[in-house]
Design a protein around this ligand. Structure first.
Ligand SMILES: [Zn+2]
Length: 281
């Protein structure tokens, strides 16, 4: 029984850099994420977007995630990513998730605070951790696009104190999906925010950033890094390549094993890098 909430997970990891959080879509991605974490013996966050979990039939994916986390040999959090409403968070908690993100970043500041507080009150009552977001990331998440709005560091301690969130996603020029070229990150936002709060900060949109950018973000206080696209890429590229090698075999037994292996390699490498590898930069 290794399922753990986000607050406790970040606490046991506090002397290391950041913990990786990886997007899950189905059984094979979930198994690959846990296998990668077990290989390097590191805590891991298995996450699923609210837009994915809310698709018909996908409650079962959530249940699989909880089951795999419970029997993992490493501490694993099961995390709902980018829920936009209270009901989605409660649904995930009923499925057994140990952490939820309530994303009120598109709302005015005070409304973001009040929605987040509502989720925190309900989640903390049953030992579930909560992440929120301040400022808005550019890019497309679960089919919804948004414009970049950098986080104002002065808002961070006010928001953290009023809501009692366990982690806070900040917008520093990072984006969801694939970047066109190397993005410019506003590291001063991380540095100033981290100086003003003890609440762990979260970097979304990790795929496509350079190693040196991760290293700098982690050195300045990012404690959780979200990886979505890199998981999809490893999964789909492997699936298509393996099928293309022999289009007549329809090897739906062997190909998913290769997919799991590819996902686990991404996860193992990222967990090592975010925890300790970044120090070499
Ligand atoms: Zn995100």
């Amino acid at each position: 029984m290794s399922i753990i909430n986000l607050k406790d997970l970040l606490c046991i990891h506090k002397n290391l850099g950041a913990v990786g959080a990886f997007s899950t879509y189905d059984l094979f991605s979930a198994q690959g994420i846990i296998a990668g974490a077990e290989r390097v013996g590191r805590p891991v966050i298995m996450m699923i977007g609210a837009g994915v979990l809310n698709r018909q039939g996908n409650d079962e994916v959530g249940r699989i995630m909880v089951h795999l986390a419970e029997k993992a040999s490493v501490p694993a959090a099961v995390f709902l990513d980018h829920a936009k409403d209270f009901a989605s968070c409660m649904k995930a908690i009923r499925l057994g998730f140990s952490a939820v993100m309530i994303d009120g970043s598109a709302l005015p500041f005070e409304e973001n605070i009040s929605l987040t507080k509502q989720v925190v009150a309900a989640a903390h009552a049953v030992g579930v951790s909560v992440e929120a977001e301040l400022g808005a990331l550019a890019g497309i998440e679960d089919g919804e696009s948004s414009e970049l709005k950098l986080t104002n560091p002065a808002d961070v301690p006010i928001f953290a104190e009023k809501t009692d969130v366990d982690a806070l996603a900040v917008s520093i020029g990072n984006a969801h999906g694939l970047y066109k070229g190397i993005p410019k990150l506003h590291f001063e936002v991380v540095e100033k925010s981290a100086a003003l709060t003890a609440t762990p900060l979260v970097l979304h949109g990790g795929t496509g950033l350079e190693a040196a950018q991760f290293a700098k973000a982690v050195s300045l206080g990012m404690k959780k890094v979200n990886i979505g696209t890199e998981i999809k890429r490893a999964y789909m590229d492997t699936f298509v390549r393996e099928h293309s090698n022999d289009t007549q075999s329809y090897d739906l037994i062997g190909v998913p094993q290769k997919v799991k292996q590819a996902v686990s390699e991404v996860v193992a490498a990222d967990l090592d890098f975010f925890a300790e590898g970044w120090k070499k930069y």
